[in-house]
Design a protein around this ligand. Structure first.
Ligand SMILES: Nc1ncnc2c1ncn2[C@@H]1O[C@H](COP(=O)(O)OP(=O)(O)O)[C@@H](O)[C@H]1O
Ligand SMILES: [Mg+2]
Length: 231
């Protein structure tokens, strides 16, 4: 489904991604964990075509999408929820979703999104600025879903959210997976990743250095945390 092979990315002379290999099968939730600055956001930006790859490839359903501009990557079926959410503050909830609809949504029309996110349903006419952090995150996900993506890239969705809201986010992510959406979840915080992921990967200096299923991850979590995640 989503396949990264030997992916390399530079910012000028800085070599950030140094050969990222990752395969995420359809309908799975893969999490990439890692300390600040290791290249997690650069990975999703490179997948999306926002940053050019300097080597390696990105494939979607066996088709290469490396080097395509972001709108073509989006059309191929990849949706991106950036770090910090970036919703439109002066637009209402419904307007924020509507502006992202390119063709009439088949899998995720507005009615289904509002049913999926009860808090957004209650605030349909509220503006972006009037939403809590959790509601903004749900809105950013709803906006990504209206393009009917095959793959959803979530960059640190739990950042700054209260535990109760993170639990709601976990519920939504599971529902999306069960509806057939493949999810690449980027997290610095282990909580959400541990709660939802089918596979966990750790990034250090632009490479995946550790991969495990949740069962193995749980037994090794303490070592993994101190070796790769704590500062
Ligand atoms: N636009 C940019 N120009 C130059 N360096 C950047 C840019 N964006 C990120 N970097 C650097 O690339 C490295 C990886 O950043 P990033 O992918 O954002 O890390 P993470 O998401 O894991 O915290 C960091 O050292 C960061 O300073
Ligand atoms: Mg980041």
């Amino acid at each position: 489904m989503l396949s990264l092979k030997g992916l390399n990315t530079h910012y000028g002379a800085s070599h950030i991604l140094q050969g990222v290999d990752l395969e995420v099968q359809k309908g799975r939730i893969a999490a990439i964990l890692g300390r600040n600055g290791v290249g997690k956001t650069t990975t999703v930006k490179t997948i999306m075509g926002l940053v050019p790859a300097s080597g390696g490839s990105v494939g979607l359903d066996g088709q290469p999408i490396t080097g395509l501009p972001p709108h073509r990557v989006a059309r191929a079926g990849v949706a991106y929820v950036p770090e910090g959410r970036l919703i439109f503050p002066d637009l209402t909830v419904v307007e924020n979703i509507r502006v992202a609809e390119r063709t009439p949504a088949k899998s995720w029309p507005l009615s289904r999104l509002l049913a999926l996110f009860p808090s957004l349903n209650e605030r349909q006419r509220n503006k972006g600025t009037q939403l809590s952090g959790g509601e903004q995150q749900m809105l950013a996900i709803a906006r990504a879903l209206i393009s009917d993506p095959k793959v959803l890239l979530l960059d640190e969705p739990s950042q700054g959210l209260a535990p109760l809201v993170v639990r709601e986010l976990a519920r939504i992510i599971h529902l999306l997976r069960d509806a057939g959406v493949t999810i690449l979840l980027i997290e610095q915080n282990m909580k959400l990743a541990e709660a939802v992921a089918d596979e966990l990967h750790i990034m250090v200096k632009g490479r995946i250095v550790y991969s495990a299923d949740p069962q193995r991850f749980r037994t090794e979590a303490d070592q993994v945390r101190s070796r790769y995640l704590t500062v």
